[in-house]
Every structure is written in structure tokens, then in C-alpha cells.
Design a protein around this ligand. Sequence first.
Ligand SMILES: NC(=O)c1ccc[n+]([C@@H]2O[C@H](COP(=O)([O-])OP(=O)(O)OC[C@H]3O[C@@H](n4cnc5c(N)ncnc54)[C@H](O)[C@@H]3O)[C@@H](O)[C@H]2O)c1
Length: 431
Amino acid sequence: MIAVIGLGFVGLTTGLGLAHRIGCTLFAYDCDPKKRELYRAGRIPFHEPELQEHLGRYLGNRFVVCDTLEEALRSAEYIFYCVGTPALADGGADLNALLGGLKASREVLSDGRFRVLVIKSTVPPGTTSRVIAPLLEQLGLRPGEHVGLAANPEFLREGSAWRDVMEPDRIVIGEAEPDGGRRLAELYALGFDAPVRRVSATTAEFVKYMSNSLLATMISFANEMAMIAEQTGDIEIPQAFRLLHEDKRWHGTPAKMTDYVYPGCGFGGYCLPKDIASMIHHASVIGEHAGLLQAAVDVNQKAQMRMAERIAAAAGDQKSRKIGILGLSFKPGSDDVRGAVSFEIIRLLLGMGYLNIAAYDPLSMNAFDLAYGLPISYAQTMEELASGSEVIALITSWEEFIEKRHLLSGKLVIDGRYTEAQSGVIVHAGE
Ligand SMILES: NC(=O)c1ccc[n+]([C@@H]2O[C@H](COP(=O)([O-])OP(=O)(O)OC[C@H]3O[C@@H](n4cnc5c(N)ncnc54)[C@H](O)[C@@H]3O)[C@@H](O)[C@H]2O)c1
């Protein structure tokens, strides 16, 4: 049996969805008596396709609206907390409803039965492990021993909430302790065939924020572009966006937008840096401030500096340590070194006083030497570079580097392209 606490968009849809798919009895509670009355009458206080029909179908049998929190919790094995987490004046998330709901659950939760507490509300990264787990401990409910505890963020979209809950892309289970995560995965397996991804609670919370941050960035990007276009004049804005969408990077097969949504040590290449600089300049000439693009450039510089700092931190104060650079071209599969971030990173390292730098790239060593003439040496093979270096920085994600990763074992490796966990090669690209 399952309890759902908080019956807004997320709680109602989750509750009805679980009842529908798993066939369990759902005990639902909201602290707002008006909402409880409405639901009992089979009515929904907001518009959301398909929910009305499913509420009518399950109300009073699989979906029981409870008058008290205690009644909802008593026989539940899983408790989904779906209360609101609105913004405070300083931008932080207001966790009062959630923490208050957990505190109010204490008495029932102390009856000696093991229940899994599932945090479905959107909360800042770290909340479940660093705020909720200690709170439960204080209440005498040790996670993993007296209760299970998992973060399970929701990715539904209002307007298609039912469909999104019925057919999730993946179910993200963030484990504050392993037992709760395992049991929650077992529950979902009873009725959902979406992939279940078990990660740390903080990872799960972070993914939810990251997902919304990406959406917000893309929307602001489109709006900034439209404002520049408007101010430029003579630009057919809808057509311009339709043409942008037709690009196979974003649409169709093979659409590889995900290649661009992966961390690295910054973008480079011939076109992206210069074209974005030119767009920022153009915007300023016509009286528009391209704040988002400027922020993209600032973050890019910061990413390159951060990579140089990570290498320096690994090398330590001894400036004569041998640093090996894997990858010079701006992206794998190319010998183009124009605007390559490898140049900027090596330049920064030389500036910090590290003078014992060697590099290896399958295609672009000559081009790099000709273009930049930096005081570094070049290895003829990856083996040679690996054996001659103490600290190795992976700058371009060539397939060779991933295939021959074993050569790097026992070395201090700074993987600037996060290739460790990659199954396929991410071509982190300039364009
Ligand atoms: N709306 C969305 O599209 C969406 C999508 C994904 C995640 N989320 C997240 O899910 C959470 C819930 O969102 P929502 O849109 O359903 O919010 P909502 O405000 O519509 O509903 C929250 C409900 O919780 C009830 N509540 C508050 N404190 C309570 C308590 N202590 N005990 C019982 N009930 C309590 C409120 O009365 C309200 O009905 C938020 O953290 C939100 O960020 C929302």
C-alpha cells in the first residue's frame, strides 16, 4: 500500500498513476481541506487531460482520500512526499512544507514498521542526504534501519502529466541509503517498464535542477536571438528558427544535440569562438546586449582555466614535473587546431611555470607546432607520451585515447572530457 502526501499536479498524477499501473490501494492526503473535499467529489482544481477520467475510475476503491495524515500513513509501505517547494525571497527553495510534513509523520513512522520515504518534491541538490536524513535521525528514525529514504524527482510536464507519468523516459531513483532505493525500484518494476536509474540522492536531485536549467537556458537563448534579430531588422524570425531546427544536429537522424550537452574543458575551433564574438559585437552595435552569449563565452574561458588549474593541482608545486597532453585538435577526427582549447590550456600552464610539457595527437601535432610554436615536446605515440609523463591531461576525446585507456593506469589522469564513464565517444565539438 502506498501513501501520497500533497495532492497538487505531481501528487495527484503520481497517486493515480501508481494506482493504475501497480493496482495498489493509494491513500492520499492534502493539508488543504478544500482540496480534499473537491477530490472526494471527484473534481480536480486544475485542468489536466485524462486525470478527471482516472480519478472517477479509482476514487473510493484504489484511490482513497484521507482526512488525516495519520490515516494516510498507517498502512502504507511507501510514502511519496509531493508537497510544494516554492521559492523564498532570496531564491532558495522553501522546504517548510516538506520538512513539516516529515516531522508530522514521525509518530506513525515510529511504530516499528519499515516504510520507504520517497521525496518526489523538487529539492536542492543535497537536501535528502544532508537535510532530511539528519532530520529523520533526530526524530529517532535512522535511514536504512527504521525507514528507507530515496529522492525520486518528477519530470512530468503540465498539460501532458498523465502521459508523462505513464511513460517516463527513465525513472530516477536517488538513494540516500541502498535499501530504500532497492525497494522503490522493486515497486516501479511491478508496473512500469521504463529504465530505472539508481544513483545517489544528490545526483538525482541535481539532474532535476539541471534539466530545468537547460530548458531555461534554451528558452532564453531563443529569446536573446529573437531580440537581436528584431533589432537588426529585415529578419523573418519564425522562418529563421524553422531553418535552425532543420539542422541535423538538432532534428532528424542522426540528431546529436546531446553531444553539445556534455561537460568538457570548453569549446573551441575555428567557427564557434569567432562567430559568437562577432554576434556579441553585432548585438552591441545595434543596441542589444547579448548577455546570454557573453555568459557562454565567460563560462567557456572559465572551463579552460579550471582545466589548467586541475592539471596544476595534480602536478603540484614542483614545476619540473612531466605533464603529458593528450589531444591537440579542437575535436576528435580533425587535425584543425585553430581556436583549439589545448593551446589555451598549455599557454596557461606555461605561464604558471610548468615547462616540462609533452603532447600527443594522432593527427595534428605538425599543424599545432606550426600554428603556435610553443616550447613543448611531442611524443610519436600514445604509449611514448604515457610512459614519459607523470601527470596526463586528456583534452580531446579521440577514440584511441579511450580504447587505450589501460596505458594510463597508475598515472595521475585529468580527464578534461569526462570520458571515464562513456560508452560511446562524445565528440565534444566546436561546431
Ligand atoms: N507542477 C509541475 O509541473 C512539476 C513537475 C515536476 C516536479 N514538480 C515539483 O513537485 C512538487 C509539487 O509540485 P505541484 O505542482 O504538485 O505543487 P502544488 O502546489 O500544485 O501542490 C502541492 C500540494 O501540497 C499540499 N501540501 C503542502 N504542504 C503539505 C503538507 N505538509 N501535508 C500535506 N499536503 C501538503 C498543498 O496543499 C498542495 O495541494 C514541487 O516540489 C514541484 O517543484 C512540479
